[in-house]
Ligand binder design. Structure first.
Ligand code: PLP
Length: 374
């Protein structure tokens, strides 16, 4: 446990929440969840489940009906065939990632692994290349964690880019944990592609993680799921049965409704996100000294602020994303996530999971902050 670092972003989030609670007019670009409420038919399904008394243990791996609905989702959306026994429903995608024994850096460390970062370039929208992957591989490499559409960059790898990365993984027989939680949140006709769908061999090497949090505005319900090769799914089922048993039964019935219904409400939310994305990118382009790496998916923009480093706020030199984010919160009550937490110290992550009016207000304050820097 001593090797785990506390979340860098938590400090600033806590500070902005405390300021809000004290009545200060904070605009927070920190949100990592949709600001929409869960669609009504899903809430109604959860109420029906309560009235029907579905409040008891379910199988540890999740309701059979939900695992069938997840398998159907994989067939429909990703062209992937799984038996319900290869699907494990967990307490959020985060838990599914943890179940697969390797997640983002801190859990890799808990599991005794060494996380190695592959850096993508801004010019390539932060996407890494097959050659970058080749260079990072050593005889000790066990797994690639792949996240497209990506948090924080919004990058979406095209089918041919995914196939090129899969070819490297197949060559070296490296497992892939593919985190596809933002799959439905893509803009301008850009389409994600599931790495497991590249080939039978790749499917045997891949654990695909997804969940209902982002797609259906259900972050609080805590339902994620994974699909894996049969032996891996059996091992994960056994592990989860000791760690947490099943995910909340009522939330599973709600997720079943979400996955089994037409996606008109999802599309309506995506359309709103698309408008907010345009608004945010348009406003950033008007601010001297700032730029954005255009995202194709998720609901984040990486705002490039590094060009302003060296300037000062109230005599304090701004020399990195934490200093920038701190000063911005103090001066203009605008909360952002410092890019250093994602390995990009010249950037801030802005979420656009908020109203267009708040986006306008927040960016007007950022513009004022930038022009006041000495
Ligand atoms: N994966 C990514 C890339 C995320 O950004 C998040 C949440 O921010 C998660 C997984 C966690 O999802 P869940 O709420 O299903 O645990």
């Amino acid at each position: 446990m001593t090797t785990i670092s506390p979340s860098l972003t938590l400090a600033i989030t806590a500070k902005s929440k405390a300021m809000k609670a004290a009545g200060e007019p904070v605009v927070s670009f920190g949100a990592g969840e949709p600001d929409f409420n869960t669609p009504q038919h899903i809430i109604d399904a959860a109420k029906r489940a309560l009235d029907a008394g579905y409040t008891k243990y379910t199988p540890s791996s999740g309701l059979l009906s939900l695992r069938k609905a997840v398998a159907e989702k994989f067939r429909r959306d990703n062209g992937l065939d799984y038996e319900p026994s290869q699907i494990i429903v967990s307490n959020g995608a985060k838990h599914s990632i943890f179940n697969a024994w390797l997640t983002y850096p801190e859990v890799v460390k808990v599991c005794g692994g060494v996380p190695v970062y592959i850096e993508g370039k801004k010019e390539d929208k932060f996407k890494f290349t097959p050659a970058d992957l080749e260079r990072a591989i050593t005889p000790r490499t066990r797994m690639l964690i792949f996240n497209s559409p990506s948090n924080p960059t919004g990058a979406v790898y095209t089918e041919s880019e995914v196939r090129a990365i899969a070819a490297v993984c197949e060559k070296h027989e490296i497992f892939v944990l593919s985190d596809e939680i933002y799959e439905k949140l893509c803009y301008n006709g850009v389409k994600p592609f599931s790495i497991a769908a590249c080939s039978d061999k790749m499917k045997d090497l891949t654990i695909t993680v997804n969940g209902v949090s982002k797609t259906y505005a259900m972050t609080g319900w805590r339902i994620g799921y994974l699909a894996a090769p049969a032996d891996v799914a059996r091992a994960i089922d056994s592990f989860q049965s000791h760690a947490t048993s099943n995910a909340c039964s009522i939330a599973q019935y709600a997720a079943l409704e979400a996955l089994s219904s037409p996606e008109s409400e999802v599309q309506a939310m995506v359309d709103v996100f698309a408008r907010r994305r345009e608004k945010m990118l348009g406003l950033i382009a008007k601010i001297d000294g700032l730029s954005a790496v255009e995202p194709d998916g998720a609901f984040y923009v990486m705002l490039v602020v590094g060009g302003l480093y060296g300037k000062s706020y109230k005599g304090r030199k701004i020399d990195g994303s934490i200093a920038f984010s701190d000063a911005l919160l103090e001066a203009e009550k605008v909360a952002t996530v410092p890019g250093v937490s994602f390995g990009a110290d010249d950037c801030l992550r802005l979420s656009y999971s908020m109203s267009e009016a708040d986006i306008e207000e927040g960016l007007a304050r950022i513009a004022r902050f930038v022009s006041a820097l000495g």
